[in-house]
Design a protein around this ligand. Sequence first.
Ligand code: FES
Length: 103
Amino acid sequence: MTTYYKHHVFFCCNQREAPDTCCNNHGASALQTYAKEQIKALGLSGAGQIRINKAGCLGRCDDGPVLVVYPEGTWYTFIDKEDIDEIIREHLQHGRIVERLKR
Ligand code: FES
């Protein structure tokens, strides 16, 4: 089966009031924006390539912040831009799972 996007990435950007757990209290929205900009700058966005989307709660709040890459269904957590760069370089560009960030 051919998919419209080679990789479709969803960042949970759900925001809740503290002290409730949510991904956005760990910088998810800013890093989703960063990922989207990087994919565009690399010329990797669009049909047949990569799409970076925001999502509401993905149901894994205690593991957050989380993103999920489809069609593989690979879940990652992340802390900073270096983590996002590694996921882009290793998984999205070269198809290699980043084991240290997997959830
Ligand atoms: S708030 Fe991010 S998975 Fe629930």
